[in-house]
Design a protein around this ligand. Structure first.
Ligand code: 5GP
Ligand code: SF4
Ligand code: MG
Length: 464
């Protein structure tokens, strides 16, 4: 996954973009980048591996002048963690430049790339996103937005895009609306972001979503909005509300905080834990869900697991320590609260099961008498091809094991998951209009045949 942020028409465009990217850091920690365009129409690029706070010192920011900027945070995926795959992509060509920041994953990137390569195109990265840059470079159109529409016709899969084509800012969302994209106003300018929390940080007012299939163009001639791509059934990613987005964001027209709490309440109705003494969250992603569970169950909500916020993702190398040690670096249970108690541990999802298993053993070692695991989403049984870096099916623990086997494997007294129907009923304007393929195995589109989803686009890590 990734976060994208863009500003048009504000003299501090790059500085605002840097702030916005801080708020979108949870969507990607592998690399960050900003492209700005100065008054003379020249494009400037700065990209760095790692966090926004590490990559954009005074010197880098001073090199990003202008009132137009787009930025990107890239999600850490296995393998190709290289600066070539950092975004935004900037391509200079005769008569101008194209810059692009992409959130999502294309499902036909391999075919598109092969046909471009047959035509002589040379690629600088292994990202699916670069395919779109080549298509824009070759596309014809009377206006910048017509050119982007022509480039996107035939591109399949998930994309929320920020594009700079010379002096024009172009914003597009795939017709299925897989990934979020909101817009807002700041002074006389415009701001676009993956999530509304990034508009909050710069003080912009929220002005709604970029609609599925819509293209927005802004330049000296003003703003134009058009249906840029043929409409398709909308399949927003339900996992954005379950796990990915920040709880202080409004995503797909609804507050994530509210849907996450509602998921927890629904979980308590579907999977009660009679006789339990207290409820706690696996912080931070399941805090709201655990609170909802506790409210609905009428049980105390305790902070029984403490997370160390200073542990970067890159710090915990799989080879550095055993599974338990790895979990211990990040979480510590509060013995005072757990000793002798029958506890409900709430998490938003189980992927490989390794963290959960480690946590259960820590909670037991801290004296818990019974551990009842409750998960505020359905079992993840299938990989995602649309931008979330879920692993291959073989690694998805709920796909490999029966309910009984998984209960024993995790070492819990009981295990309860939310139903797919119960989950879809708690998200904004649900239950229709959502993708739930990783939970149901029912994919809304033809999927790439490669079993490694992110690599299916010929893209280690993709442009996700
Ligand atoms: P597991 O027990 O499967 O190893 O880990 C479960 C934890 O992973 C949960 O706390 C959940 O919030 C988190 N999680 C779910 N999806 C993702 C993801 O895409 N990336 C990361 N880093 N964590 C995830
Ligand atoms: Fe979201 Fe799952 Fe669909 Fe991927 S497969 S887009 S994670 S709901
Ligand atoms: Mg979590």
């Amino acid at each position: 996954m990734c976060g994208i942020f863009g500003v048009y028409g504000h003299r501090d465009a790059a500085a605002l973009t840097q702030l916005g990217l801080y708020s979108l850091q949870h969507r990607g920690q592998e690399s960050a980048g900003i492209v700005s365009v100065d008054e003379g129409g020249r494009a400037h690029l700065s990209r760095a591996m790692g966090l926004v706070s590490e990559g954009f010192g005074e010197e880098a920011m001073a090199g990003l002048p202008g009132a137009l900027a787009i930025g990107h945070t890239r999600y850490s995926t296995a393998g190709a963690s290289a600066i070539e795959n950092a975004q935004p992509v900037l391509a200079r060509m005769r008569g101008g430049h194209i810059a692009l920041a992409h959130n999502g994953n294309l499902t036909n990137a391999v075919a598109l790339r092969e046909s471009l390569e047959d035509g002589g195109a040379i690629f600088a990265s292994t990202m699916d996103s670069e395919v779109i840059v080549h298509r824009i470079a070759r596309a014809q159109g009377a206006t910048p937005e017509a050119r982007l529409a022509s480039a996107l016709a035939g591109v399949e899969g998930a994309y929320s895009l920020l594009v700079v084509l010379n002096d024009t800012m172009l914003v597009a969302r795939d017709p299925r609306g897989w990934r979020p994209l909101v817009m807002g106003r700041l002074g006389g300018g415009w701001v676009f972001a993956s999530e509304s929390c990034a508009l909050d940080i710069v003080g912009a007012t929220i002005d709604g979503e970029v609609q599925p299939g819509e293209i927005v163009a802004i330049d000296g001639d003003g703003m134009r909005r058009l249906q840029g791509v043929a409409p398709a059934p909308v399949t927003r990613c339900v996992f954005e509300h379950v796990y990915f987005a920040r709880p202080d964001s409004v995503v797909f027209g609804g507050a994530v905080s509210r849907s996450r709490r509602a998921l927890g309440r629904q979980l308590a109705r579907e999977c009660p834990a009679p006789g339990a003494d207290l409820v706690f969250a696996v912080p931070d992603s399941s805090n709201a869900a655990a609170l909802g569970y506790a409210e609905e169950a009428g049980l105390p909500y305790e902070l029984a697991l403490i997370r160390n916020h200073y542990v970067g993702r890159t710090f915990i190398q799989p080879t550095q320590a055993g599974r338990d040690a790895k979990v211990k670096v990040k979480y510590n249970p509060v013995r005072e609260l757990l000793e002798g108690r029958r506890v409900v541990m709430v998490d938003d999802s189980i992927v490989r099961g390794t963290t959960t298993r480690g946590l259960v053993s820590l909670v037991r070692a801290a004296g818990a008498r019974e551990v009842h695991m409750r998960v505020s989403s359905a079992p993840i049984i299938s990989p995602c091809y649309y931008g979330i870096d879920t692993p291959r099916r073989e690694e998805l623990v709920a796909a490999r094991m029966s309910h009984g086997e998984l209960t024993a494997h995790l070492g819990v007294d009981s295990l309860g998951y939310l139903s797919i129907e119960g989950m879809l009923a708690q998200v904004p304007s649900g239950p229709d209009g959502y993708c739930h393929a990783c939970f149901s195995g029912r994919y809304p589109t033809v999927t790439p045949t490669d079993s490694a989803p992110q690599r299916a686009a010929g893209a280690p890590g993709g442009g996700a």
